[in-house]
Write a protein that binds this ligand. Structure first.
Ligand code: ADP
Ligand code: MG
Length: 383
């Protein structure tokens, strides 16, 4: 059974269509620094424009307090105009005085009273702007705000946009019908923040590779001396349980064997002392991890292998990105820092799919229901 309506289910001609996008992009001195999220939204916007509808776009930007005008979406309007080659009218005030222009961008929804609280009053005001509401901000689907949930309920018609549909299809494919061997690589800072993701993934993966700060906690649980490294002493039991669960499941767990310390030394785990701080995986570990990818039909990657923001400690993450990019299998990556690392290397077009979601990507993989998707389903069923 269908979970929600999409653009294919409705008529858009001469309709006023409000689209919730994720235009939360980095802006410096009034210019958009990275337009990946705007580009990801373009095909959906063009599809709706081609159906002869008027488009009103809305998004959040950053985490401003209500009314703080420094977080304006005006630079996004300018960039969007260049990318679409269509005039974009920007509406700085709320409620907006809508023009007849084909494409309109509203000001940052987080400047509005009631957005974060998912207030009914604001959601109704938003809904009253349109005939059809399209939710296409996958990266915001895990937040229950007025522009991501409330408006879905109050709009006359609410549907899922093409980017949302594509994201859910890709992630469903990985989680439910991936070709095997499926190799999952997880890194990042803390095991506690991704424990539910790990528990969900070892059940579907043939091999689970773990690096980054989170691996330190598992290594400490295996009695290695992780010294001054980032690790979570209060999660040692959890780490032991996890190692046992994975062994029971039949999934192969692969952990680092050697590391790069803060002084730049390459050390085997047994040689670490109490003053060492693990900052990256070492060359033997890179070879070990790479060897696991040769037969992979599917690879899912989330989380850097080291403190990659510092070039000295980016080797492991970069090596991994390059190997996955070369794989013949179906390759998917997601997560804020992971995507930043891939983009920095210019490898974004070498992956089969890069998710636009950070938190939403992880929550969906955990098996959690995304509030915006739930709201779309309830809308369709008339709940
Ligand atoms: P993502 O956003 O891709 O899901 P996370 O937010 O989980 O990734 O983790 C990214 C952070 O993990 C990076 O800022 C990186 O510096 C940090 N990190 C990775 N390895 C280590 C390590 N060994 N020690 C400290 N921090 C680490
Ligand atoms: Mg992150």
């Amino acid at each position: 059974m269908k979970d929600f309506l999409t653009l294919q289910d409705i008529s858009l001609s001469n309709k006023r269509v409000l689209i919730r996008e994720d235009f939360n992009v980095p802006i410096t001195d009034g210019f958009v620094q990275n337009d990946m999220r705007i580009k990801a939204a373009l095909s959906g916007i063009k599809e709706i424009l081609d159906k002869n509808a008027q488009i009103i776009l809305m998004s959040h930007l950053g985490r401003p307090s209500v009314g703080d005008k420094t977080h304006t979406l005006l630079p996004v309007a300018k960039r969007l105009e260049e990318l679409l080659d269509v005039q974009v009218d920007f509406m700085p005030t709320w409620p907006p005085t809508l023009s007849d222009n084909k494409v309109i961008l509203l000001e940052n929804v987080r400047l509005l009273e009631g957005e974060l609280e998912n207030s009914d009053a604001l959601a109704k005001e938003m809904a009253s702007l349109c005939d059809v509401f399209v939710f296409d901000a996958f990266a915001c689907a895990h937040r229950a705000h007025a522009s991501t949930v409330g408006v879905i309920k109050y709009a006359h018609t609410s549907v899922a946009g093409p980017l949302l549909v594509q994201e859910l299809q890709m992630l469903d494919k990985i989680m439910h019908s991936a070709n095997h061997p499926l190799i999952v690589v997880i890194g990042g800072a803390k095991v506690s923040s991704k424990i539910d993701v790990l528990r969900s993934l070892y059940q579907i993966a043939d091999v689970l590779i773990m690096g980054g700060g989170m691996a330190n906690t598992l290594l400490a649980a295996q009695q290695y001396n992780v010294g001054m490294s980032l690790y979570e002493p209060n999660c040692l039991n959890l780490a032991k349980e996890l190692i046992a669960e994975i062994a029971q499941s039949g999934c192969e767990l692969v952990l680092p064997q050697d590391v790069i310390t803060n002084t730049g030394l390459n050390k085997m785990l047994v040689d670490l002392d109490s003053t060492d701080k693990i900052c990256d995986i070492g060359p033997k570990t890179i070879d070990l991890f790479n060897s696991k990818f040769t037969q992979a039909e599917t690879i899912l990657w989330n989380g850097p292998m080291g403190i990659f923001e510092d070039k000295k400690f980016a080797n492991g993450t970069n090596a991994l990105a390059k190997t996955i990019a070369k794989s013949q299998g179906f390759t998917v990556a997601g997560g804020g820092e992971t995507i930043a690392a891939i983009e920095e290397l210019g490898l974004d077009n070498d992956f089969s799919y890069i998710s636009t979601g950070g938190g939403a990507f992880l929550e969906y993989i955990e098996g959690k229901k995304l509030p915006s998707v739930v709201a779309l389903t309830e809308k369709m069923r008339g709940i």
